[in-house]
Design a protein. Structure first.
Lengths: 101, 338
């Protein structure tokens, strides 16, 4: 997180970036797997570490865009306050391609 | 051998055992002394090497500054009482529960075990330009970096921007003002008692301080009278994560009502100005009115009059309005959905 005019880092400490805590994790989670073995590995197993994070994030942003219209959010990260400001104003409140942190 | 120069600058540490010893030290060293309570605010400054006091006076050994005792129908809380103790005290939970709710919403359990009530109300602003050591008005310079068209000011003030748009980040401050608490301040010259409302100052009075404490003075206790004991309380803190974060906006209100009609009410908000705002006009307007949606609408609209949002903090205006509406109706939506 940098100041746009001076180019100096403002988020110097861990807490400035607000990493999610255990209390941000939902209590109820449901998941499903396709159960189709990967044809290209010897045992059919496949690592799934990072990609689902992006997919999950975009699924939520698609849902938000469906609710709010196309111009409000065009990138991640999204925070609740830009949504509230846009709803309050009746039109996109911020620049949709600027991260609102 | 490498000589490490990037260490916390040396200071002389005093750990007095009594309040009087501490006051003598504060009087002797004046503005070069730094008062250390829980350390949660102080160490941020010291470790970033931005504030370099020569003398640090640690109050942790002073037993008389700790503890919660009954006084005049209310309670007197020592300034060094930890937030966890305030949360758990049975008398506060029974009669002044808004203070325990407010204190419990502060930071995280570990911080509450160490942080003190006196420290929480006296804490400094969290504007990241100011905390990063940039020489703004609040730091003694003559510019504000946050109140510009390109600044990152999402967490800053929407009311009372007077050369400084930082906000007061305390959660217990609005609760104490709602309870009409009195701050007991001592120095070698004697003792004075200040209303909680007057304890917090804005840039118009002194832009470099958040409170009325002068060098040489110590906040020793906070007295809560019985005026609002057992009233209907509402406290809500809006923040990005369910734990740790400072409030984006928070509200504390105490209502005494007969049936549905409001007899007297106090509504205090924080996170929207350089000091906690007691919404006196709103209070006057809703006194005598029923606690229904119409009153809440009216109060909400009145509360946001004069709000001047900056580039990134426009969302605080609807939040302010909605929190005031909730406080009037006393909706118990203060539990986080988990």
């Amino acid at each position: 997180m940098y100041d746009q005019h001076y180019g100096v880092a403002l988020a110097k400490r861990f807490h400035h970036n607000k990493p999610p805590t255990i209390l941000d994790a939902p209590v109820k989670m449901e998941w499903a797997a396709l159960d189709i073995p990967d044809p290209e590995t010897p045992v059919g197993a496949k690592g799934i570490g990072e990609p689902p994070v992006g997919a999950g994030c975009m699924a939520i942003i698609n849902a938000l865009t469906d609710a709010l219209g196309d111009e409000v959010i065009r990138r991640a990260p999204v925070s609740a306050d830009e949504i509230l400001a846009s709803l309050e104003l009746g039109r996109p409140a911020g620049e949709s391609l600027t991260a609102h942190i | 051998m490498a000589i490490i120069r990037d260490i916390m600058p040396a200071f002389e540490l005093f750990q007095p055992a009594t309040t009087q010893d501490a006051l003598v030290l504060l009087d002797r060293y004046g503005s070069s002394a730094w008062v250390l309570a829980g350390g949660l605010d102080s160490f941020d400054w010291l470790k970033d090497r931005i504030k370099r006091p020569e003398y640090v006076i640690d109050l942790s050994q002073i037993k008389e500054l700790r503890g919660i005792r009954p006084a005049d129908g209310g309670v007197e809380i020592g300034a060094m009482t930890t937030l966890t103790e305030v949360v758990r005290d049975p008398v506060i939970r029974e009669k002044f529960s808004i203070l325990s709710t407010g204190a419990e919403s502060a930071a995280s359990p570990q911080i509450r075990n160490q942080g003190t009530l006196g420290g929480n109300v006296s804490q400094d602003a969290r504007c990241w330009y100011y905390r990063g050591g940039w020489k703004c008005y609040r730091a003694g310079g003559n510019i504000c970096f946050a109140d510009t068209p390109s600044a990152i000011n999402r967490e800053h003030a929407i009311f009372g921007a007077d050369r400084c748009v930082a906000v007061n980040p305390s959660d217990t401050a609005p609760a104490l003002i709602a309870l009409d608490a009195k701050m007991v301040i001592r120095s070698t010259k004697g003792e004075r008692v200040v209303d909680a409302e007057d304890y917090f100052i804005g840039p118009a009075i002194d832009i470099t301080r958040m409170t009325v404490l002068q060098p040489g003075e110590l906040l020793t206790a906070i007295r809560i009278p019985s005026t609002w004991a057992g009233a209907q309380f509402y406290f809500e803190k809006i923040r990005d994560r369910p734990v740790w974060d400072f409030p984006l906006v928070n509200i504390a209100s105490a209502t005494v009502a007969t049936g549905d009609k409001i007899d007297r009410i106090r509504i205090v908000m924080n996170g929207v100005a350089a000091h906690p705002l007691r919404l006196k006009e709103v209070e006057a307007a809703v006194t005598g009115k029923p606690r229904n949606a119409e009153t809440a609408e009216m109060a909400g609209k009145m509360a946001i009059q004069g709000a001047e949002p900056l580039r990134y903090n426009g969302y605080k205006v609807p939040l302010t309005r909605n929190l005031v509406k909730r406080a009037i109706r006393g909706v118990e939506e203060t539990k986080w959905a988990s």
